[in-house]
Write a protein that binds this ligand. Structure first.
Ligand SMILES: Cc1cc2nc3c(=O)[nH]c(=O)nc-3n(C[C@H](O)[C@H](O)[C@H](O)COP(=O)(O)OP(=O)(O)OC[C@H]3O[C@@H](n4cnc5c(N)ncnc54)[C@H](O)[C@@H]3O)c2cc1C
Length: 318
């Protein structure tokens, strides 16, 4: 990649995607996104199993403040994003990942590129990836969860402003264990397609069929409570599922099958950065940080953080 005026965005979640879209809109040509995963979207995550589908990350979207944005209008017009029967609540039709897939179709994305460290060399930034690739860039935006961004910075040899480090280091996320279940019979959930359970080990249940994610019926995503997830996060899935057996029988009766599990080390933020919607810490080169933890820990906030860091780059805020 030509390093002249190039911007590299680490993380292809919704904040990184919006940072890239804003920069492209402003005429910045050389924008490249990198993600460690095999797919795009980050916590906009959908998984197939047994001819059905589950959203196993973000569950629903509230975007009142963003409804006038052209990208959101386009997503609604082409039926990638759809309002549910519950006014103001949106979902990704056929799965949340489709939102990220649609938005990145004209962007330059490199998948399976996990950034390990950055080295400042003769005014440029050399990015060192786990797959042994080294790529030069002028500017970097880290949109990975802040803990992962700080790990990268710690291993890097770059000039940056350390004054914000203490408040960034204090930021934390809840752990979340997810179960993806096919049940023999449908559940009667108290909202249109989901139910919140503030008590007990399972805090949230969503019906992926009623949500228009799964074409197959009785596909449920279960999110374990922050307390249960924290206590059991390091255990293997077989032990976790066994511990939940009584709860699951109570919810589904005897006939259900756990088709898949997932663990989110960084699910939703516990606390937030309060000094701005994003931050540039670079002193020689632009090294921006963005993501949901800089705003409200949700989809709309992650978008606003991505837009915020792009605007800081465009204003050349070093
Ligand atoms: C279970 C769950 C339920 C949720 N429910 C809701 C909800 O109902 N409504 C709502 O609004 N929000 C919800 N959220 C939160 C929402 O998903 C997030 O706010 C939003 O998706 C965050 O986007 P982001 O771009 O900041 O981060 P992410 O989506 O986490 O994107 C960061 C990206 O960085 C990549 N990455 C990390 N490290 C590296 C590296 N070293 N090199 C390269 N790439 C890297 C990751 O692979 C990832 O793709 C939920 C989250 C979870 C996990």
């Amino acid at each position: 990649m030509n390093s002249k005026n190039s911007v590299s965005i680490i993380g292809c979640g919704i904040s990184g995607i919006f940072a890239a879209l804003e920069l492209k809109k402003a005429g910045i040509e050389n924008v490249q996104l990198f993600d460690k995963s095999r797919g795009v979207g980050g916590r906009l995550a959908t998984r197939r199993a047994n001819d059905g589908k589950f959203d196993h990350g973000i569950q629903y979207i509230k975007i009142d403040s963003l409804l006038e944005r052209q990208e959101i209008r386009t997503l609604i017009d082409n039926k990638t994003l759809a309002e549910t029967e519950e006014p103001g609540i949106f979902i990704g039709l056929d799965g949340m990942t489709n939102i990220a897939k649609f938005l990145t179709k004209d962007l330059n994305v490199k998948k399976e590129f996990k950034l390990l460290a950055i080295n400042e060399i003769n005014g440029s930034l050399e990015m060192n990836f786990e797959n042994n690739e080294k790529i030069l860039t002028d500017s970097i935006i880290l949109s990975s969860p802040i803990k992962q961004s700080l790990e990268i910075i710690e291993k890097s040899n770059i000039n940056y402003n350390k004054i914000h480090l203490e408040s960034l280091e204090s930021l934390e996320y809840y752990l979340a264990i997810i179960l993806m279940i096919e049940s023999a019979a449908p559940l009667d959930l108290d909202k249109k397609f989901y139910q919140e359970n503030p008590e007990g080990p399972i805090s949230f249940i969503a019906d992926n069929f009623k949500k228009n994610v799964s074409k197959k019926q009785n596909f449920y995503t279960l999110i374990c409570s922050p307390k249960f997830s924290a206590i059991n996060f390091e255990k293997d899935y077989a032990s976790i599922n066994l511990m939940l057996e009584d709860n699951l029988k109570h919810i589904f009766g005897p006939k259900y099958e756990i088709l898949s599990n997932h663990k989110w080390r960084y699910s939703i933020p516990k606390n937030f950065y309060t000094e701005g919607d994003s931050i540039n810490i670079g002193t020689n080169n632009f090294i921006g940080l963005c993501g949901d933890i800089f705003t409200n820990g949700r989809f709309d906030g992650a978008i606003n953080s991505g837009i915020s860091i792009a605007s800081k780059y465009l204003k050349n805020e070093i």
